[in-house]
Design a protein around this ligand. Structure first.
Ligand SMILES: NC(=O)c1ccc[n+]([C@@H]2O[C@H](COP(=O)([O-])OP(=O)(O)OC[C@H]3O[C@@H](n4cnc5c(N)ncnc54)[C@H](OP(=O)(O)O)[C@@H]3O)[C@@H](O)[C@H]2O)c1
Length: 318
């Protein structure tokens, strides 16, 4: 019988963690056209989750309250439209996004409705926790290196923030594409990124990356601010490129250094998730889970994401 209620992590207003509620009797989403109903096994936590909670996105993407938090998930298909042709069937293991902003019902819940265009079959070599951690960070790295930079063999790239969710996948993708990879991390994370394949590791707490790397082909910036601005100095004049997940192109610096700059707007879609899963399965890619939390501990997980300096990813187990 169809479940009529479920546990979901919701907010009724923007704010810090005291607005996060565990709703034990949230209405279970019901199937609608173009959507798939998924039994969630695990939900990945991203910095954007606490930014949404705090209302940073409300100008461009206002929420209707109560609103279920969470974007990334892995799970098992519970229901698909009976009459419609679908690439998914009941029981399929899937991963992707159930974001409110892309027609989903929110991933921090026992059940979620996701748009067919926002999911794909889960990578076979990853367990549910690892697969839930992958969608946003994996697609971000893919868009940066494959689609924007077109990274190729023997190019030199600097990954700013190599121990983070995006950075830790980005290092592996850039190595796979044949690049020489330098990365900035804090002291404790040096060994972690060396094990992911980084060729040159720079401790951002004690060293200035611009004193160490020069004439690079590309920078992938997941840190922003001063790090973004200083990154222009290490790129090849005329042909260098910086892609940032945080900063809009700075035209003054682009002109001064002769650099192409791009703001990366990550868009998780089915085609990218399929390619990502193939790449992960064929290349033994590692998704590092720093910590797991129960669904009830979602507020704690958001705090840890914001302040705890996770190495790789945080995941809620459902
Ligand atoms: N535009 C988009 O569509 C889009 C998509 C996805 C993500 N984002 C944004 O991109 C950012 C990165 O995402 P993420 O999931 O990778 O976050 P994350 O897991 O928190 O990783 C950020 C990493 O940056 C490191 N870091 C902080 N200050 C640094 C510095 N000065 N130099 C070098 N590294 C530094 C952190 O290391 P420590 O912990 O040691 O400080 C951490 O490992 C977030 O702000 C996120 O909201 C944007």
């Amino acid at each position: 019988m169809q479940k009529s209620s479920m546990k979901a992590i919701q907010i009724k207003k923007y704010g810090s963690n005291d607005v996060v509620e565990v709703n034990e009797t949230a209405p279970a989403p019901s199937l609608s056209s173009g959507k798939i109903l998924v039994n969630i096994k695990a939900s990945g936590v991203n910095p954007v989750d606490w930014k949404i909670r705090e209302g940073y996105m409300q100008q461009i993407m206002p929420l209707q309250f109560p609103s279920t938090l969470g974007l990334d998930f892995s799970g098992v298909v519970k229901q698909v439209e009976e009459d419609a042709h679908s690439d998914f069937k009941q029981g399929d293991e899937v991963y992707g996004q159930a974001s409110i902003f892309s027609g989903g019902s929110g991933a921090f819940a026992e059940l979620a409705l996701a748009s067919k265009d926002s999911i794909a079959h889960k990578p076979k070599t990853l367990n549910y926790l690892e697969a839930a951690a992958l969608p946003l960070v994996g697609v971000s790295a893919w868009q940066a290196f494959v689609e924007h930079i077109g990274l190729s063999k023997d190019k030199k790239v600097l990954v700013q923030g190599g121990a983070g969710g995006i950075g830790s996948i980005g290092i592996q993708l850039a190595k796979h594409l044949g690049a020489f990879v330098a990365t900035t991390v804090s002291t404790d994370d040096k060994q972690f990124v060396q094990e992911l394949g980084a060729d040159q590791v720079i401790d951002y707490k004690t060293e200035n990356f611009e004193d160490i790397v020069h004439d690079y082909d590309a920078v992938f910036d997941t840190v922003g601010g001063d790090t973004y601005k200083r990154s222009f100095k290490v790129l090849k004049k005329g042909s260098g490129m910086i892609v940032s997940t945080l900063e809009q192109p700075n035209s003054e610096l682009m002109h001064q250094y002769g650099i192409k700059a791009v703001f990366l707007f990550s868009q998780v879609n089915r085609q990218r998730l399929i390619k990502l899963a193939e790449w992960v399965d064929q290349n033994n890619i590692k998704v590092n889970i720093d910590k797991t939390f129960s669904l009830d501990e979602a507020a704690k997980a958001l705090d840890y994401q914001k302040e705890g300096h996770p190495r790789g990813k945080l995941v809620l187990t459902i």
